[in-house]
Design a protein around this ligand. Structure first.
Ligand SMILES: [Zn+2]
Length: 544
């Protein structure tokens, strides 16, 4: 007996497929698209019509090209962010406007812990929005001197800890380590910059924020968070991929009702090079329709708003010293070469323009020595790249995934403090990237900012800050370009564009079902379109 055909009828279907960009019906068999067109396709493909989306708009399911499934685990600890956010339980959290408000909230959270020595961890902190001094260990000692306290910044690149943690890690005034912030007298402030020192504090305290180890329930939570905003495929872009984490991934994605496909990237820092090359080869064999291995993440610098990104001349607008190389330029070339020659697909975190410039240069050298067509090595964030960097990226066959949400969340701070009024205009320069021929995706970096591809589209199309300012009018892209960047464009950077990202015969039947068409509403209204449901491999996930 031939497999059943279901024909989904909609008010409109946006296919992103040039042979028929708009239609009203899509036919699905065995989880894949078998046809599209008007009402006649039900007869042509012999299917039953499903009218539940008849008043809705079907588009290709969103692809979050740079997210972290840690979004499904960080909510187990208190959120202390500046912007209020809705947690997986639907409750609003955060919205703290000063260090005093954060400390008061954490005192209340500490009181809920079972005993006076249980470590207290929190996430989402971001002092760039606060006037005046930065948080110190003594602020946190006020909460407790007995328990360890670790506050992860929302960027994932900085932590604040109390004196108990500094002592447990053996960090002192005499420590000769990069990444320990000091006051003018040379005393440690309790702010830890970069993975080397942060990992020690995380180990001492049982993990905090982005450094927590994922389990199957956390992947389930993340699946629900992503599904609700129309995502059908998400990366998990920095993953140690230990046997326990891989087991958790296999368990969650193996469940028939798991609502998204996951594309993890192996965190290079966790492995010696030869070991990492072997691990990625071994993991490829475990790939399935809902779990795709093969990508490697290399983090080159830190965060712009944390002053740990590497900037070219003239450096930080406020005169702060240049940031940190997480991977030194000399080291980067050898690492990239080893993974490139082993056939791995590189996703390279660069925030500052010095980091983007260096990575582009080194990738160019590696490719010159070992040509490999269609490698699609991708710079992630790449927030300060200019036309010349994008031009070389195009020449090297590289892709970019720009952090469009930054324009809203930190645009005003970049303008006033980090990049200054001129360079801030090219923050996440989507139009220049496209003009220079670099394949483009845009992203949220959830939980750094909340996953919500319609919001990410809105940012790239409008470039509005919370002050109502348009930051770099010339870098705005059209709604169609933005939709492409959160579907087919993102799929391309993951080497999955033959399977997902548009509505085309043979591809997975992965859809987002919206109340309205993002290509037809006013550009300012794109972020407000309700997501009604998703479809993954033909299976409907109704919005709850
Ligand atoms: Zn990230």
């Amino acid at each position: 007996m031939p497999a059943e055909v279901t024909v989904f009828a909609a008010r409109e279907i946006v296919t992103l497929n040039r042979s028929l960009p708009g239609c009203t019906h899509v036919a699905v068999r065995e989880g894949r698209i078998i046809g599209y067109g008007g009402a006649e396709i039900a007869a042509e493909f012999g299917g039953t019509v499903d009218n539940r989306f008849a008043g809705k708009v079907i588009i290709p399911g969103f692809v979050e090209g740079h997210g972290h499934a840690a979004d499904g685990i960080v909510w187990r600890t208190p959120y202390v962010g500046f912007y209020p956010r809705t947690g997986p339980d639907g409750q609003k959290a955060g919205g703290f406007k000063s260090i005093a408000e954060v400390v008061a909230h954490l005192k209340a959270e500490a009181a809920k812990l079972p005993d006076p020595t249980t470590p207290l961890t929190a996430w989402g902190f971001d002092p760039i929005y606060f006037e005046g001094r930065r948080m110190t260990a003594s602020d946190l000692d006020e909460i407790s001197q007995e328990r360890m306290i670790v506050i992860g910044h929302v960027s994932g690149h900085i932590m604040n800890v109390n004196t108990k943690v500094l002592e447990a890690c053996g960090f002192s005034r005499d420590s000769n380590l990069d990444g320990l912030l000091r006051d003018p007298q040379g005393n440690l402030t309790g702010e830890l910059l970069g993975p080397a020192v942060m990992n020690r504090a995380a180990r001492a305290s049982g993990g905090a924020g982005l450094l927590r180890k994922m389990d199957a329930p956390a992947y389930r939570t993340y699946g629900q968070i992503a599904r609700r905003v129309g995502v059908t495929t998400s990366t998990d872009l920095s993953n140690a991929l230990t046997p326990a984490i891989v087991e958790a991934l296999l368990t969650a994605t193996g469940e028939a009702d798991y609502p998204i496909r996951i594309v993890p990237a192996m965190q290079q820092r966790e492995y010696a090079v030869a070991e990492g090359v072997a691990r990625i080869q071994e993991l490829r064999r475990l790939s399935s329709d809902k779990l795709h291995f093969g990508m490697v993440k290399i983090v080159v610098d830190g965060s712009i708003q944390g002053f740990t990104a590497r900037l070219r001349w003239p450096g930080y607008h406020n005169g702060a010293p240049n940031g940190l190389w997480y991977v030194a330029p000399g080291e980067f070339e050898a690492i990239a070469e080893a993974y490139h020659t082993a056939g791995a697909h590189l996703h390279i975190h660069t925030n500052g323009d010095e980091a983007a410039d260096m990575a582009t240069e080194m990738i160019g050298r590696v490719i010159a020595r070992h040509p490999r067509p269609d490698h699609r090595h991708t710079l992630q964030h790449c927030q300060m790249a200019d036309a010349a960097i994008f031009r070389r990226m195009a020449t090297n066959g590289m892709c970019v995934n720009l952090f469009a949400n930054h324009i809203y969340y930190w645009g005003e701070q970049h303008r006033a403090i980090t990049m200054g009024p001129s360079r801030a205009l090219r923050l996440d320069a989507c139009a220049t990237a496209l003009e220079q021929g670099v394949p483009l995706a845009i992203h949220s970096d959830t939980p750094v900012t909340p996953v919500d591809p319609l919001f990410t589209m809105w940012c790239a199309v409008n470039r509005l800050t919370p002050a109502g300012r348009v930051l770099g009018e010339g870098e705005r892209i059209t709604p169609l370009q933005a939709l492409h960047a959160v579907t087919l464009g993102a799929a391309y950077t993951l080497k999955l564009d033959h399977l997902i990202g548009s509505i085309d015969v043979g591809k997975f039947a992965d859809f987002a079902v919206l109340d309205d068409n993002p290509l037809r509403v006013a550009p300012e209204a794109i972020k407000d379109i309700p997501v009604h449901a998703t479809v993954l491999g033909g299976r409907v996930f109704a919005r709850q």
